[in-house]
Design a protein around this ligand. Sequence first.
Ligand SMILES: Nc1ncnc2c1ncn2[C@@H]1O[C@H](COP(=O)(O)OP(=O)(O)O)[C@@H](O)[C@H]1O
Ligand SMILES: CCCC(=O)OP(=O)(O)O
Length: 355
Amino acid sequence: MSYKILAINPGSTSTKIALYEDEKEIFTNTINHPVELIDKFENVEDQLNMRRELVMSNLREKGFDIKDLSCVVARGGMLPPVKSGAYIINDLMIDRVENRPVMEHASNLAAPIAYGIAKKAGVTSYIYDSVMTDEFTDIARISGMPDIPRTSSSHVLNTRAMAIKAAKKLGKRYDELNIIVAHLGGGISINLHSGGQIIDLVSDDEGPFSPERAGRVPCRELINLCYSGKYDKKTMQRKLRGNGGLKAYLNTLDARDVEKMIAEGNQEAKTIYEAMAYQIAKGIGELATVVEGKVDLIILTGGIAHSKMLTSWIEKRVAFIAHVEIMPGENEMEALAFGALRVLRGEETAREYTE
Ligand SMILES: Nc1ncnc2c1ncn2[C@@H]1O[C@H](COP(=O)(O)OP(=O)(O)O)[C@@H](O)[C@H]1O
Ligand SMILES: CCCC(=O)OP(=O)(O)O
């Protein structure tokens, strides 16, 4: 028996859909939303009907009948802390992401779109590996300031899928290895998988800067800047997420542009780009201490893992900890489809969403 799975992944400027038959990709389609269209909406949640209709018309164009689906799987939105793996989408989850999300984010649109399609098709819908997956140990939650406990948020969908894939390649079970995975995309996060759970991580505001994010910056100076009277709250937030990192130093979000600058002899670009690699390596080193150095594998993934220059700088600094496996790309559609497939095959159990 084979399974047909529809995966839905809304990002800030696009909605990706993919159809899989078991492990085989039938099609993946990226529906781009021009900035002028996105800007017409006051907030992300208001884009739901527009995106839902585009997904449906795209499926119609493909001549695909949703009645053939086995399930629909969606990127997890900004929920309160959840476990890794699959959750069945229910009314409570829809109410949360539509009306009470923890944060505004395009991923909040995924579950409502999936739920609607699944209802029409008469099948179950799931979210898989939400960014809000929280499996921290108690000691990992302590920050040093009781008002601000550490919380867990990272690029779980891609990193966990790559860790599971790499364990399989080694002929081992995912839950018997200690694996550090760095997702190197527009945002960067690094997480530690141990005993089948993400027990700690270096989030995108605690660690390396990235193409668009500032990462960890000296706190005392950050407070001074906030109260300098020069910037409002929104501007300060954008300095951390959106206008930080490579964008702030070199005015580009694209690592390939930076490599071009370096090839043309731009010394500042080289220093900044190498500093990003240096900070990523430090983040990996930090997590190695959590498992007392007993790391089985380090994985570098995400779009920037395509870069030989950056990955070789990182590898040089962390190879003493464990073997470094490069698994480039963001691989999220495959991660969603394969996660749902494990549920349909009974290899994993989907949880019921409660609060
Ligand atoms: N061949 C490449 N070399 C270096 N960087 C690359 C390459 N291909 C893509 N990238 C970079 O990958 C980043 C986006 O990564 P991706 O994982 O797709 O992003 P996101 O996490 O934002 O979805 C961009 O900064 C882009 O420059
Ligand atoms: C680190 C949380 C997930 C996240 O920031 O995702 P994007 O980089 O896709 O915005």
